[in-house]
Design a protein around this ligand. Sequence first.
Ligand SMILES: *Cc1c(COP(=O)(O)O)cnc(C)c1O
Length: 393
Amino acid sequence: MTTKETIDLFDKFVIANYGRLPRVIVKGEGCYLYDADGNKILDMFPGWAVSGIGHCHPKVVEALRKQAGELLHIDNTFYSEPQGKLAKLLSERAFGGKCFFCNSGAEANEAALKLARLHTSGEKYKFITAEGSFHGRTFATVAATAQPKYHEGFLPLLPGFVYVPFNDIAALESAFSDEVAAVLVEPIQGEGGINVATAEYLQAIRELCDKNGAVVIFDEVQTGMGRTGKWFGYQHFGVEPDIMTMAKALGGGVAIGAMMAKEEVAASLVPGKHASTFGGNALACAAGVAVIEAIEENKLLENATKLGEYTREKLEQLKQKHFVIDHIRGIGLMIGVQLRSSGVEIVDKCLENRLRINCTCESVLRFMPPMIVTESQIDQAIDILDGVLSDSA
Ligand SMILES: *Cc1c(COP(=O)(O)O)cnc(C)c1O
């Protein structure tokens, strides 16, 4: 099919709830995308952080082929090997909790919020979340998302959500009461512009929750699975959650979400309280296992740390040259470039030059390269961005 034929299908048959770029992607390989017109695009924002170890990682593809020949799906009436294996691998790389599987980030957060209510029971029904957060688009998670633009058209929201400024300990203290069931927070806000939590802030959340009998939930949907150079974002700060949610890069491109909870918290999720038909299916879990093995076999955590430093150095050099760059922030391969003006056009021009990056919050460029990225690919990306910034100056 030509690009036009595909776009015509969308115009006629697909709901237009996304602002799409007029390109049809037909192939992904490592750090590159290929479109139907034969363009090869360097992808520094692969699948909105889903393809964390690159597109179609051979290890993941091989695991999927093998699993597809044996068992695609079996409902949770039964046990299945991949689900058990993935839960063990995740548990051992985090805080030793137990897992519940679902199919997306929003679903993982839904599960976390429901579990927090079940576990704290009684009078507690409030959730504290941070301004600038993003937790998903379902009714509960959009209410958890403390950004008014996502609420428009959906008022009244599910009650009980209380919003506080991110990284503000005093505001957190004054928002607390014994009605609070949980604090839900991203260790590094992703959609909110790559805002890194302070260790003191996460520590304060931990202490206030402990004091008030509430649970700490970290949303690791974007920060998880090694992107920051550690398995999970929270591991940079020395503060452990009671519940953690994952999705995006967990399946290497296959839809999967997970919630992990400390054993005593997990015990509150008894049969009948929550479920997911597709959750933990054999195919998605086999992909998850392969992702973890690929990260370890190829030392991709180390690569994320090293290439993250390298990218930030290169961006700092660009900053010396281009006044429009205000500062650079982030950890590992989760990098935000704060501009002094809008970045929307810059992202479009980069794509014309066959580089994909992202812009969030109007003026933050997001670099989230696959963890397999090399120095020369980063150099290439920086060169393209340099050219675009020079042209638009
Ligand atoms: C993307 C994202 C979500 C939502 O994930 P979906 O799979 O789109 O439902 C939740 N939390 C964070 C931090 C995210 O980045």
